[in-house]
Design a protein around this ligand. Structure first.
Ligand SMILES: *Cc1c(COP(=O)(O)O)cnc(C)c1O
Length: 414
């Protein structure tokens, strides 16, 4: 959160006062720091230094084309999970030749689109998908570049909803099936074997599961070599955690060094798919206090954003620091549940927080740059909120607040 700091008691993003952005664009709104995105991306890129590598930012973490464009300009690749994300990358100025396509349910039209745009690689997650990609590539008489996403069966020890590398999860192919599928792909006239991939989960706070997974992949690489199947890259996925509260995830350079120590073959290009570790700390969600309410002995701070705008607290019990936009000593610090207007008891942003607030005050929900706006919905007919990017002493609206009319303009009556 280096790019969000107080200057004379007023919260700033880089050199812009949050209150000025709110005057122009109202609340709630997401505010992203350009400098933070650049710094986080470079931390990954620099950590691999001269070793052959490519960062493929996981688009699903924050897919605003303003954000993607910042990364594309630095030469980032992208990890996509749908045709829609591919179109976004292209629109944002990203190069399809640096795109990897993950996901268990790629559909025929998405595969066609990816082949047409010339993506770098499909991360294939099942035998059936491999056959469909081959069939489509054959039909268009093109080569489909593939890697198998192997399920290394390691426990990421993260929240169960964001752990993906255990056999019981839906992702990837079993390592026992991998050799057979690679042999099949290797013989196919329309499949080109490029690499091997994995992704074991999100918000990992220790290195051990990453190392375990990479070792299992490297073992398979060796088996492939013995079977005369040579691959050019190893894709280690994303998943590096961030500090939301008391977590102590490895630093980006510790993470990189651990991978570099394992992957010693210089012929193997290292692909990475970080999402959260690039975007989370680059964004805040700014909201306004509507009411303070005492109910029994519980105090509620009712704000104008809700679970439809930011679902991490409700869905994953995600903890996010909440800080005042203007530091004030006027109000007595009291313990509140911070809740939104949505009609669900699960609609909360934080529980049991000590805040010095009055109605009308602005609050910032920290580390909201990843899995924030992208998971928002129109539940309760709430328009999706504005997104703003700050660059030094300027700011730009990178997504306009949705209008009420837009919510039902595609609907009709019988
Ligand atoms: C979600 C996802 C990522 C990004 O994960 P982070 O935890 O945000 O780094 C990378 N690769 C794949 C395949 C994913 O599904």
């Amino acid at each position: 959160m280096n790019d969000f700091r107080y200057i004379k008691g007023e919260l700033h993003c880089e050199n812009v006062a949050i209150k000025d952005i709110v005057s122009a664009h109202n609340t709630p709104c997401y505010i992203y720091s350009h400098a933070a995105l650049v710094r986080q991306w470079h931390a990954f890129d620099d950590a691999f230094d001269t070793r052959s590598h490519q960062i493929c930012y996981a688009v699903k973490a924050n897919s605003n084309i303003g954000v993607l464009n910042v990364l594309a300009q630095m030469g980032s690749g992208f990890d996509i999970v749908s045709g829609g994300e591919l179109e976004r990358v292209v629109k944002a100025g990203g190069s399809p030749s640096k795109v990897v396509f993950s996901g268990v349910g790629k559909q025929a039209d998405e595969i066609k689109l990816a082949l047409k745009k010339g993506i770098y690689c499909f991360n294939v997650e099942s035998e059936a998908e491999l056959h469909l990609i081959e069939e489509i590539a054959t039909h268009f008489n093109v080569q489909a570049p593939i890697a198998l996403r192997v399920n290394p069966d390691v426990d990421a020890q993260s929240h169960p909803y964001i752990s993906t590398g255990l056999k019981e999860n839906k992702f990837g192919v079993d390592s026992e099936d991998a050799l057979r599928l690679y042999q099949y792909a290797d013989k196919s006239s329309h499949l080109t074997v490029k690499g091997i991939a994995c992704h074991i989960g999100s918000q990992l706070t220790t290195l051990a599961p990453f190392i375990d997974a990479v070792q299992r992949l490297l073992f398979l690489v060796k088996t492939l070599k013995e079977n005369h199947i040579l691959i050019s890259h190893i894709d280690v996925g994303g998943g590096l955690g961030v500090r939301y509260q008391h977590e102590t995830p490895p630093t980006i350079s510790e993470y990189a060094n651990a991978l570099l120590a394992q992957i010693q073959d210089p012929q193997l290009t290292i692909l990475l798919q970080p999402g959260r570790a690039i975007a989370a700390s680059a964004g805040i969600l700014v909201t306004k206090v509507i009411y303070l309410k005492l109910s029994g002995n519980k105090r509620f701070c009712i704000v104008d954003c809700a679970m439809n705008d930011f679902i991490r607290p409700a869905l994953y019990q995600g903890w996010h620091d909440i800080i005042p936009v203007k530091k004030s000593l006027q109000m007595q610090p009291l313990m509140y549940d911070v809740v939104g207007p949505v009609c669900e008891s699960g609609d909360f942003l934080a529980k049991d927080r000590t805040l010095s607030v009055a109605s009308g005050d602005l609050l910032a929900i920290c580390n909201a740059g990843a899995y924030g706006f992208v998971t928002s919905s129109n539940y309760n007919s709430r328009p999706r909120i504005a997104e703003v990017m700050v660059k030094n002493n300027e700011y730009k609206l990178i997504r306009k607040r949705e209008s009420i009319e837009a919510l039902f303009q595609e609907e009709s009556i019988w």
